[in-house]
Design a protein around this ligand. Structure first.
Ligand SMILES: C[S@@+](CC[C@H](N)C(=O)[O-])C[C@H]1O[C@@H](n2cnc3c(N)ncnc32)[C@H](O)[C@@H]1O
Length: 208
């Protein structure tokens, strides 16, 4: 099996002041955004549990080989921003232009050098991994991959964060399994308190 799941001991300790304040500001802005007419067309954006994700990423610092991090489908870019605060060199890839703009605004306000790019986190060839059992409802399979604009290949990230919709979990696991390097970690959020941490331990042969 190329992926193994880790059970991390995530403690409930209070967050440091800066990430706590960042989450507070981001959450207020997301509430405002989701009540505005502009968000009506964006059914795919739902925020994850940022405190839980922060605590998980904090544990990940002891495990990853390097510090290059990417939030796949970054929404408001909050997780990529938190990863930056923890010391990762973090990037966010998002298809919705307005969300990329909001992410940049938020990161600038907190002096974060997180980099955001508009486009798809699904690499070239990725859509071939969609299976008949998948229910791809919100994940955009039509947009161009963002890796060229970033100047970083999908196999150069040490850690990934993704919040897939339920019918998309198998597919994002498959993408991680195929395109991430051996030794990379993927943190995925699945609603409520369900956060999963996978490590790619062996290589897979890419389909052509
Ligand atoms: C469930 S939301 C999670 C947002 C954010 N990661 C968070 O935790 O707050 C999924 C996000 O993925 C974006 N998205 C969907 N398909 C994408 C794709 N192919 N590439 C990049 N972003 C995508 C959506 O626009 C949405 O903002």
């Amino acid at each position: 099996m190329p992926l193994i799941q880790h059970a991390l001991s995530i403690t409930d300790h209070p967050l440091p002041v800066r990430p706590a304040r960042y989450i507070e500001v981001a959450s207020a802005r997301i509430r405002e955004f989701t009540h505005s007419p502009v968000s009506d067309a964006m059914i795919g954006f739902v925020p994850s549990d940022y405190q839980l994700v922060y605590r998980t990423l904090d544990c990940l610092l002891d495990l990853t080989r390097g510090r290059r991090f990417c939030e796949w489908g970054s929404g408001f870019g909050v997780v990529a921003g938190l990863a930056t605060m923890l010391g990762f060199q973090a990037y966010g890839i998002e298809v919705e232009s307005i969300l990329v703009q909001e992410s940049i605004r938020l990161a600038d306000e907190f002096n974060l050098n997180t980099q955001f790019v508009e486009g798809s986190f699904v690499p070239t060839g990725g859509p071939e991994f969609v299976d008949v059992i998948d229910q791809i409802t919100c994940l955009d399979l039509d947009r161009r991959p963002a890796y060229g604009a970033l100047g970083i290949d999908p196999d150069e990230f040490d850690a990934i964060f993704v919040y897939p919709w339920p019918g998309e979990t198998r597919f994002v696991n498959e993408l991680f399994e195929t395109f991430a390097p051996v030794g990379a970690f993927m943190v995925s959020f699945h609603g409520r308190q369900d956060v999963r941490v996978h490590e790619k331990v062996t290589s897979t042969r890419r389909r052509n």
